[in-house]
Ligand binder design. Structure first.
Ligand code: PLP
Length: 469
């Protein structure tokens, strides 16, 4: 029999043993006995024996998403292992699992970041027309010309950058595919990729799949009401060395709502130039900004044009997360490599929806103003309800999530709290630990998404009020 696969990514959690998703129905979450006896969660200093039972990932001190030393199921009779070592190093998405849990328990889904309101009529019409006009076959592998032209035009408008739609743009199946295609295109095994944490869940597994070793740099929560998430300049510098291939920069940020300032981006830029490192930026919340906060695109900074891959997509800006259209904008040589990976991964993104993408990118400036204002109203709808229920909220400057501190509730950790919330209160959130390498760092946090209709937020508020009783 083969030995367990050895860890390929030394930076991950410190436990051993089999990693299972904390939320898998078969191991832990739905199979846990109902938690109905917990009638007084508030100030519950001593969790019951049931809730103090550690979930598997916490026992192992492993991130819910990233795992180390994982076994990949039983070997065959001959001792051959059918599954790849790589898949043993991460689980399915906790965020997506929370949506399934919300459905299972009839909970209001404030977990996964998708709107529950309609997409703009113009772009739905454009998609319908494209199907009716029989644009039903493969588009050009790296993207329909109309969409690439629109992306190039808007990159000029929004970032002030001239890009060649023929040579510098790859349209993918969502920004998710753009990110993994980029990492696969640029990383060799053992290359290091710097990632701020808390991080958008996908970046961990993306690094594993591309053979890269993630190096995490902490974003620290605000210490004052209305304060900012910050990182330590020295810690960031220590993460860079001659093995560093890239840094992933997500601004506006999921899950924190942080919008990196020009000064912070310039600091990152200086390190990228000094250590000859690529910046891979995820700017999918670019248009969702509050209180006049400015979005600065890394590619627009001096010295970054030739070392930045800018990733974006339709999902969040046009409320079409299910369409799966995103893109990567990068210098020609990097684009060529991304296009090769993308071609053999997916061939192309949905053709009629790319046509609708060209229409979407032609919407007037007022569309984006209304989008941001709509999300500000939703944020200001949910946050008071969370505060009244006992959460400490970290006010987002952008994107459509609010990270909260759950210390006041006295639960043992974020996972037991999120379970209680979805099963007993009827609201789905995302346990904070799924955004960290070490789950202990997120054990006092849960994330809520507010990209929902007012009536959805009202219903969530009504249910959350039970926590305060
Ligand atoms: C930071 C970030 N990047 C990427 C995505 C996924 O984007 P797409 O739907 O374009 O794949 C999400 C979705 O929540 C996200 O929050």
């Amino acid at each position: 029999m083969k030995n367990n696969p050895q860890p390929r990514v030394g930076e991950f959690g410190c436990g051993n043993g089999i990693k299972t998703s904390i939320l898998h129905a078969s191991r832990g979450y739905a199979s846990l006995p109902a938690m109905a006896q917990r009638t007084a969660p508030k100030n519950a200093r001593k969790p019951s024996a049931r809730t103090s039972q550690k979930s598997s990932h916490l026992e192992n001190s492993q991130s819910p998403v990233l795992a180390k030393n994982a076994k990949n199921g039983a070997p065959t009779v001959s001792g051959k292992q059918f599954l790849s070592d790589k898949v043993g190093h991460f689980t399915e998405s906790v965020i997506r699992e929370m949506t399934r849990q919300a459905m299972l328990h009839g909970a209001v889904n404030l977990a996964q970041g998708f709107p529950d309101f309609p997409a703009p009529a113009e772009i739905k019409q454009a998609a319908q027309q494209a199907v009716a006009a029989d644009l039903n076959q493969y588009a050009i592998t790296w993207g329909a010309k109309s969409l690439r032209n629109a992306i190039a035009r808007q990159t000029g408008v929004w970032q002030g950058i001239t890009v060649d739609p023929e040579k510098e743009i790859t349209v993918c199946c969502g920004s998710t595919e753009a990110m993994i295609s980029t990492l696969l295109a640029v990383c060799n095994t053992g290359d290091e990729v710097v990632i701020f944490e808390p991080f958008y869940e996908n970046y961990g597994p993306d690094s594993v799949l591309s053979g890269a070793k993630p190096k995490f740099v902490k974003l620290r929560p605000p210490t004052t009401t209305g304060g900012e998430w910050t990182f330590d300049e020295k810690e960031l510098r220590r993460a860079f060395d001659n093995r560093t291939k890239a840094i992933i920069v997500n601004t506006p940020n999921n899950p924190t709502g942080k919008v990196l300032t020009r000064a912070e981006l310039e600091l990152i830029r200086d390190l990228c130039v000094e250590f000859d490192v690529l910046a891979i930026t995820d700017e999918i919340y670019e248009h969702i900004l509050y209180e006049g906060t400015e979005h600065v695109s890394m590619v627009s900074l001096d010295g970054m044009r030739e070392r930045t891959v800018t990733i974006n997509g339709m999902s969040k800006t046009y409320s079409v997360t299910g369409w799966r259209v995103g893109w990567a904008v990068a210098p020609e040589t990097i684009t060529n490599a991304i296009r090769k990976v993308h071609d053999f991964l997916t061939v192309g993104a949905p053709a009629p929806l790319q046509e609708a993408g060209a229409t979407a990118l032609s919407l007037p400036a007022s569309y984006y103003e209304k989008l941001a204002e709509g999300y500000r109203v939703r944020r200001d709808h949910l946050m008071p309800a969370l505060s009244a229920a006992g959460f400490k909220c970290f006010r987002p400057r952008g994107a459509y999530y609010v990270m909260t501190d759950i210390s006041a509730f006295g639960f043992e950790d974020d996972v037991s709290f999120a379970k209680y919330l979805v099963q007993e209160i009827g609201v789905a959130s995302v346990p904070g630990s799924s955004f960290y390498r070490d789950p202990r760092d997120g054990a006092r946090q849960v994330r809520f998404a507010f990209c929902k209709k007012p009536e959805t937020l009202d219903e969530a508020a009504r249910r959350l009020a039970r926590l305060a009783r």
